[in-house]
Design a protein around this ligand. Structure first.
Ligand code: C5P
Length: 232
């Protein structure tokens, strides 16, 4: 059964506390990305952990191997369950990240970011990458897999293609999930049922929950939809 991760993309302490409180035991897994991490620092992770929550630290490390090695060690020491690095950082960086994780006493899974879900084919051409998105993602996933990462972040659009080649326990983490059409910055979006049917392990949902008038209701709707599609 796939799991829901709520993306806590909030920089106001009171607002973050209110969302986590409202969601209560319905949400046990949170993503901490650069918005809350730059606002609150590591104490957001300690706070969530003390509440018994699981944490996905999504800082998308992309730097020289030595820098990433040291950052991965610190992240693993904080007890996060999932941690992202950019596969575009290359094999030396990826292998060093895994080595750093393996030297610590931790179960942290290293998850590779392929191409952001806010990118379209035109957006990747603009930065000088001329294969289509699917081919880039396939190539990056192959590289990450060879280097020993535990899974990737990708959109639901690529899942069918990727699941055939990269089976469980290789993890597929999918953001860009939308309950209804939205005009925000995400381009490769999909519904909850599409994500579940395509074989996502984790559905990452931010704004549709945290910006809603009734976040708990949206979470319950998403969970119901997940269950319904799981049975098919
Ligand atoms: O609000 P929304 O549901 O779009 O939030 C998705 C979250 O997942 C954001 O925090 C975003 O930074 C993150 N993410 C993404 N696409 C990726 C990797 C991470 O949208 N490829």
């Amino acid at each position: 059964m796939p799991e829901l991760i709520v993306s806590l993309d909030i920089a106001e302490r009171k607002e973050a506390e209110e969302v986590v409180e409202k969601l209560g035991s319905s949400v046990m897994f949170y993503k901490v990305g650069i918005i809350p991490f730059t606002a609150f620092g590591p104490k957001i992770i300690r706070w969530l952990t003390l509440l018994g929550k699981r944490v996905f630290l999504d800082l998308k490390f992309f730097d020289i191997p030595n820098t990433v090695e040291n950052a991965v060690k610190s992240a693993c020491d904080m007890g996060v369950e999932l941690l992202t690095v950019h596969i575009l950082g290359g094999s030396n960086m990826l292998k060093t990240a895994i080595k750093a994780r393996n030297t610590g006493n931790t179960d942290t899974k290293i998850i590779g970011v392929t191409i952001l879900t806010s990118f379209s084919d035109n957006d990747i051409k603009e930065i000088g990458l001329y294969m289509d998105i699917n081919n880039h993602i396939l190539k990056l996933t192959e590289l990450g897999y060879k280097c020993g990462i535990d899974g990737i972040v990708c959109s639901v659009h690529e899942l069918n293609l990727l699941r055939e080649k990269f089976r469980h326990p290789f993890l597929m983490v999918c953001p860009g999930i939308r309950i209804k059409a939205s005009g925000d910055d995400q381009k490769r979006t999909a519904t909850v049922s599409q994500a579940v049917s395509a074989g996502a392990d984790y559905l990452v949902v931010g704004r549709p929950i945290i910006k809603s008038e009734d976040p708990l209701l949206v979470v319950e709707q998403i969970k119901m939809e997940m269950k319904k599609n799981e049975k098919k």
